[in-house]
Design a protein around this ligand. Structure first.
Ligand code: FCB
Length: 447
């Protein structure tokens, strides 16, 4: 019996993962080191010193994971391709064994009727490129386009919808501004070129994909922004935060323009934006990927005592939180999508939810089950909110939950479990959680 309203015909149902978070096998078949290998092996960077060396061992257990997708009834799967498997030192000829891995995965998905939706960059930059400045270096964008061409030439006959980048905002802010993720730099607002170079990489890669007749999207982390009060300072602060988190990445790809970031200081971006860049970045897309986790409540702060930032993020009170401590606000997904439609109008391509999910304190019980009721509530609430957005006229074509299996949650290591299937790390056994069975039944009821 379904508890959800009916979603549109042809809707994509499935789950998402990312290479460094699940694959392991970091030194196999010619893979080169990535910034996450370096970062996670450095002292004190991740919880308990966890690394992705083994992760969920997906590199060896992928047939089982494809089996899980089939059992779920998924008709789509978002995974990421590890750039350091394809170009171990970030440039030059493709490593054939790297391409072979994703080739066999794509074939296995096709056999099960599952649409592959690969992401070309989910934060695992080849270390060799970081050594030359990483995303602070404009050249990285050109290297990314070359890498994209190598992968598209091999998989483009079967993969028709591609994601260029995952969450360039989070990569810039946690990786380059705040130092919480690889590459661990603490540049503050000087990290802004990282936004532009990633966006340029997206545009140049989109051109490679479009030249081959392939569909393109980007997966942006988006948050509906609410001012802490109606006070004009809070309202203005919320607008600045919205520009930095959301519009800095949506406006250029959808409108070919940058939002006004002058409130963040005089240096905002002109010096590193070259003449044709925005035309490249703003080429029309076949989809917009949205990763939604939680809203933001923003108040005014005096930039002088706040590292130059005129805003502060407030606690959201009175709602449940995930194991990570993230507030659970399903309506935020509807508000976000309706807000995007209102802002971008006909410039908004079809939307795909490319991530949405929660971590829970899962335990394997004696009956070999995981009773993750909180995840079921989370999914049901967000799917209802998503349906409301569709009813309100937003063209949403898919929902890919984060994540298929428990995995390496970046700086949190293995302490946060986001999977529909539990991974017993000592044995690598996968145990579908109650939420897996719930979603499987809901997907079946939609057919
Ligand atoms: C997103 C990331 C994804 C995962 C979830 C929980 O920001 O894209 O890899 O870590 O958060």
């Amino acid at each position: 019996m379904s508890s959800l309203p009916r979603f549109p015909e042809g809707f994509l149902w499935g789950a998402s993962t990312a290479a460094y978070q699940i694959e392991g096998a970091v030194a196999e078949d010619g893979r080169g080191p990535s910034i996450w290998d370096t970062f996670s092996h450095a002292e004190g960077r991740t919880k308990d010193g966890d690394t992705g060396d083994v992760a969920a061992d997906h590199y060896h257990r992928w047939p089982e994971d494809v089996g899980l997708l089939a059992e779920l009834g998924a008709n789509a799967y978002r995974f990421s391709i590890a750039w350091p498997r394809i170009q171990p030192s970030g440039s030059g000829a493709a490593n054939p064994r790297g391409l072979d891995f994703y080739d066999q995965l794509v074939d296995a998905l096709a056999e099960r009727g599952i649409t592959p939706v690969p992401t070309l960059f989910h934060w695992d930059l080849p270390q060799a490129l970081e050594d030359e400045g990483g995303w602070l270096n404009r050249q990285t964008a050109y290297r990314f386009a070359e890498y994209t061409a190598l992968v598209a030439d091999r998989l483009g006959d079967r993969v028709k919808l591609w994601i260029t980048l995952n969450e360039p905002f989070i990569h810039m802010s946690l990786g380059y501004a705040l130092g919480m993720h690889a590459p661990g730099r603490t540049l503050g607002l000087d990290a802004l070129p990282v936004a532009h170079h990633q966006l340029l990489a997206h545009g140049l890669a989109a051109r490679q994909l479009h030249d081959r007749g392939l569909g393109v999207m980007i997966a942006n982390n988006c948050t509906p922004v609410r001012p802490a009060s109606e006070d004009e300072h809070d309202v203005a602060a919320a607008a600045v935060y919205d520009a930095l988190h959301n519009r800095l990445f949506n406006d250029p790809v959808l409108l070919g323009t940058y939002p006004d970031l002058s409130a963040l200081g005089p240096e905002a971006y002109p010096s590193f934006v070259e003449d044709d860049d925005l035309a490249v970045i703003g080429a029309p897309l076949e989809g917009l990927g949205i990763n939604y986790y939680t809203p933001s409540v923003v108040g005014y702060a005096d930039p002088a005592g706040n590292e130059g930032l005129p805003f502060t993020l407030n606690q959201i009170e009175g709602v449940p939180t995930t194991a990570f401590g993230w507030p659970v606000v399903p309506d935020g997904l509807r508000d976000l999508l309706v807000g995007l439609r209102d802002r971008y109008g006909s410039a908004l391509p079809p939307v795909y939810i490319t991530e949405n999910g929660c971590s829970t304190n899962d335990v394997l019980t004696n009956d070999d089950r995981v009773h993750d009721t909180a995840r079921i509530d989370f999914l049901a609430g967000h799917l209802r909110a998503l349906h409301e957005a569709i009813e309100a006229g937003v063209d949403v074509r898919g929902y890919l939950t984060w994540s298929l299996i428990d995995n390496f949650e970046w700086a949190e290591g293995y302490s946060q479990r986001f999977g529909l299937a539990y991974v017993d790390y000592p044995t690598q056994r996968r145990v579908p959680k109650d939420s897996f069975h719930w979603l499987r039944d809901e997907i079946a009821a939609q057919r």
